[in-house]
Design a protein around this ligand. Structure first.
Ligand code: XBP
Ligand code: MG
Length: 251
């Protein structure tokens, strides 16, 4: 086991319901659109990854009477840029904390000289803001590679973003562990052949995680044990390097 690869949204922080969703709605309001992405509707829209792709999906499938402007793609890009401003501001204001156990596991991995990477669908500016404000000013330098957003043409559930990380870091899938939270993320990392640990959340607890090595509700911490949904936890009560090595050994 050489590399730990982290998804961002839903995995490092619970960003969707009270983060991205709110930022989308603020951007819609600014653009004088009467669109309201409720928590339930947003759960449906999450089936499509990528903010720009999600807006288009909404218009095409859920708001079919909306008259698209002539340059619809430019319109979506602008709307999404405004959304990114709102989202990064929320991060700067400390409104989206890291999930349980994330800081501890990353500290442990850094102390053990593990290689770290990020593989995500989200926009690079969002990750930069999350790392700086939820982790540490220097946190970007902890990650050897940050693979994000439009860097690959096919977003998750396609395996492209993980294939890209493997190629750039010159590692084999089985030398890595991926951390994901959703069906689309699991499809992507498992599709690339990477042993995957799922920490599900409010939107994803009923997702299909076929192929994942371990499915838990959180990474957990000492005194704050995880709940196992499926997979082998090797006698551990929270995810640490010793346990990940056991997972890696049988992958
Ligand atoms: C995350 C996404 C992203 C975020 C919004 O999926 O699909 O689109 O929801 O961020 P994953 P952007 O966690 O599987 O990578 O608006 O920047 O796309
Ligand atoms: Mg995710």
């Amino acid at each position: 086991m050489e590399v730990l690869i982290f998804d961002v949204d839903g995995t490092l922080a619970d960003t969707e319901r009270n983060g991205h969703r709110i930022a989308f709605n603020q951007a819609f309001k600014d653009a004088n659109l009467d669109w309201d992405w409720t928590p339930d509707l947003y759960g449906e829209l999450l089936k499509v990854t990528g903010g720009k792709e999600r807006i288009k999906h909404y218009v095409n499938e859920f708001n079919t009477t909306f008259e698209k402007p002539e340059k619809f793609n430019d319109f979506v890009v602008q709307l999404h840029a405004a959304k990114t401003e709102y989202f990064t501001t929320m991060l700067k204001e400390g409104k989206l904390p890291l999930r349980q156990g994330v800081q501890r596991l990353i500290n442990e991995a850094r102390a053990a000289d593990m290689r770290l990477a990020i593989a995500t669908t989200t926009t690079l500016a969002n990750i930069t803001a999350l790392l700086e404000h939820a982790f540490d000013e220097d946190a970007q330098s902890w990650f050897e590679l940050i693979a994000a957003g439009d860097i690959v043409s096919a977003k998750k559930p396609a395996s492209d973003i993980y294939d890209y990380v493997l190629e750039k870091m010159k590692v084999k899938a089985k030398q890595c562990i991926a951390f994901e939270d959703s069906y689309n993320g699991n499809q992507s990392s498992v599709g690339a052949g990477i042993p995957t640990v799922i920490t599900y959340n409010g939107y994803t607890h009923d997702d299909d995680f076929t192929g994942a090595a371990l499915v838990v509700d959180q990474l957990g911490d000492p005194g704050q044990p995880f709940t196992v949904r499926s997979g082998e936890s090797h006698g551990a009560s929270y995810v640490d390097l010793a346990m990940l090595k056991e997972i890696s050994a049988i992958a």
